[in-house]
Design a protein around this ligand. Structure first.
Ligand SMILES: [Zn+2]
Length: 154
């Protein structure tokens, strides 16, 4: 089903949505993580640009990624804007995930289904979805085998 521009603007009122990136936000409403890929040279880029930053082609297309990646960096937020579903008293993790599609292709997101102390740089993660303010947003969780077993923690 086609999602209208008006719908995506209404669903993500706090987001900066423009002609170049609206397809990204429409993808979120369908639980699809779409990243721009150049159809001429194959280079992925995020955030969205109208031209490929490597070869300057305008043949860029929003392309669904595998949802696999690794934790590139992590911070813990102890305060921030009030958002339903975010509890700063427990420290809210903000991570940069390097997507498996290309070295250096990173997205700012969060980690769920994982204790903050178990998040490590290089941790394999996979895409999942959380609801924030009534709309889906991408998040990541540990990939199978990424966390040590309870026995290994002792
Ligand atoms: Zn290119």
């Amino acid at each position: 089903m086609e999602i209208s521009d008006a719908t995506v603007l209404a669903k993500y009122p706090a987001a900066y949505i423009d002609h170049d990136n609206k397809v990204f936000w429409k993808g979120l409403l369908q639980h699809r993580l779409l990243i721009n890929r150049c159809e001429d040279c194959g280079h992925w880029h995020y955030p969205y640009h109208a031209l490929c930053p490597r070869c300057w082609s305008d043949q860029v297309a929003a392309t669904e990624v595998s949802g696999r990646g690794t934790v590139y960096s992590r911070v813990l937020f102890h305060q921030g804007p009030a958002v339903e579903g975010i509890n700063y008293s427990k420290s809210y993790p903000g991570v940069s995930v390097e997507l498996a599609e290309q070295p250096g292709l990173k997205i700012q997101t969060t980690i769920v289904n994982c204790r903050n102390e178990d998040i490590y740089i290089g941790m394999p993660v996979e895409l999942t979805w959380v609801e924030r303010q009534g709309v889906p947003v991408p998040a990541f969780q540990p990939a199978p085998g990424a966390l040590p077993t309870p026995e290994a923690r002792r």
